[in-house]
Design a protein. Structure first.
Length: 179
């Protein structure tokens, strides 16, 4: 079996990527329905493996990522144990006024969404808020140690739960209203 080295301490097998592709393909239709009007952009890097759904205006991008975190190299603040299922909402770059308005303000949209997602939590996806990073509002679920026979079901359950929660609050429409 061919093994991909993501960093010195972690190996991810070819089977993981096959499962990841199957899972992402199966949730793509649901994600496109939730993120109507957002452009999909596949992301297959050493760090992230999945799809960004984004809108762009005024030199600012906002949107969502659904996929897998493969390393914690630049995201140690997530306290992750890769590979992890990862879903996040973002405003990029963090230096733009829109990021300050939506994410950094105590009463901004992201604080309100975080509060609502915490109150309504009924599933496996628990959302966290980080005010000064790209994944501002995120949830994650580690697949470290999950047998490959259970990886697909575990991933799908997590992603569908995250999508259900953000869809229930119309997060995509609320976010798009700021552009």
């Amino acid at each position: 079996m061919r093994v991909f080295f993501i960093n010195e301490s972690m190996k991810i097998s070819r089977r993981f990527f096959q499962i990841a592709d199957e899972v992402l393909s199966s949730i793509d239709h649901k994600a496109q329905n939730v993120f109507t009007g957002y452009d999909p952009w596949p992301q297959k890097s050493k760090d992230l493996y999945g799809t960004y759904y984004y809108k762009e205006a005024y030199k600012t991008e906002l949107g969502f990522f659904i996929g897998y975190l493969l390393t914690v190299r630049e995201r140690s603040y997530l306290d992750a144990l890769p590979p992890e299922c990862l879903f996040f909402v973002f405003v990029h770059p963090v230096s733009r006024p829109l990021h300050r308005k939506l994410v950094r303000k105590e009463d901004g949209l992201f604080a309100q969404l975080h509060r609502q997602l915490t109150e309504q939590r009924k599933g496996v996806a628990t959302f966290h808020l980080v005010r000064d990073k790209l994944p501002a509002l995120y949830c994650k679920h580690s697949l470290h140690g999950v047998p490959s026979s259970e990886m697909s079901l575990t991933s799908r359950r997590f992603f569908y739960d995250a999508l259900r929660q953000v869809n229930a609050l119309n997060v995509a429409r609320q976010l798009a209203s700021f552009l």
